[in-house]
Design a protein around this ligand. Structure first.
Ligand SMILES: [Mg+2]
Length: 269
């Protein structure tokens, strides 16, 4: 059996406070040993994901900026991806809109809603806001499709969502920030496509797992075979609207690891 593991990063595989994945070692070792696919599905940028993959010693496909694009390393042969475009050393399937277009909305609505996006910030400010080290904040600024932002009056989010929708844009809520993006993209849509491509690559039966902690993960958890919700550090648990959801026993990387191992042991028995 080929297992596809689709996972959110911040607050799921990575601990909310310090972005550590130490607690996930047991499940990460199992995934490596079995040759399962570990696909990051994150609001992070391509630059951030590449850096994390190098640190963790993994490669393989990944989804960036809340479902804006899926990248398949060109070294992965045997995949049939007719809709992909060559982009450096990847074949990319793009669902999002170019960053400049998305960013224009923030500039126009800044006064109305008191917006401040990553494009308005130096890396140092992003580092303070996110608790990322400065060099990771630099990577977070290298955006291609979406804009994370803060809002002076969060109670006006519904109004702003309406204005965004009129422009074909959508707003989703992550662990720390709001994200402005194309209405055509979502983690769920990207995961469905990656599942289809990877499952089409071989004769083995495929089971997909999804792990996430925030509303922007909800659609991803609706399209996988086995959804796992990671609790937030304050104990809140997102409602996915499925009654077969597994809730991890604790937040962050440790909960990620034990829930994943639990679910896969149920699959093989
Ligand atoms: Mg998260």
């Amino acid at each position: 059996m080929l297992i596809l593991v689709f996972t959110d990063l911040d607050g799921s595989l990575l601990d909310h406070a310090d972005y550590s994945y130490e607690g996930a070692r047991p499940a990460l070792e199992r995934i490596a040993r079995e040759g399962w696919a570990l696909v990051f599905v994150t609001s992070k940028t391509r630059s951030e994901v590449e850096h994390l993959q190098r640190r963790m010693g993994i490669d393989g496909p990944f989804v960036v900026e809340n479902g804006a694009a899926a990248f398949f390393p060109s070294s992965l042969t045997g995949l049939d991806i007719p809709e992909a475009k060559q982009d450096g050393s990847y074949r990319a399937v793009v669902f999002g809109r170019p960053y400049d277009e998305v960013r224009r909305f923030v500039e126009e609505m800044r006064g109305e809603y008191g917006l401040r996006g990553f494009g308005d910030m130096e890396a140092r400010e992003i580092a303070e806001l996110t608790d990322l080290p400065l060099e990771d904040a630099e990577r977070a600024r290298r955006r291609e499709f979406t804009e994370p932002f803060l809002m002076a009056e969060p109670e006006r989010l519904q109004d702003m969502k309406r204005d965004a929708a009129a422009r074909g844009l959508a707003i989703t809520t992550g662990g720390r920030l709001y994200h402005l993006m194309s209405a055509e993209q979502s983690k769920g849509r990207a995961v469905r496509k990656v599942q289809e491509i990877l499952a089409g690559s071989g004769p083995k039966p495929v089971v997909s797992l999804g792990l996430g902690d925030s509303p922007n993960d909800k659609e991803m958890l609706q399209v996988v075979d086995r959804p796992i919700v990671i609790p937030r550090p304050d104990g809140r648990v997102m409602d996915v609207g499925r009654d077969d959801v597994v809730i991890a026993p604790e937040p962050g990387s440790r909960g990620w690891s034990s829930a994943l191992l639990d679910v896969v042991s149920g699959l093989s028995s």
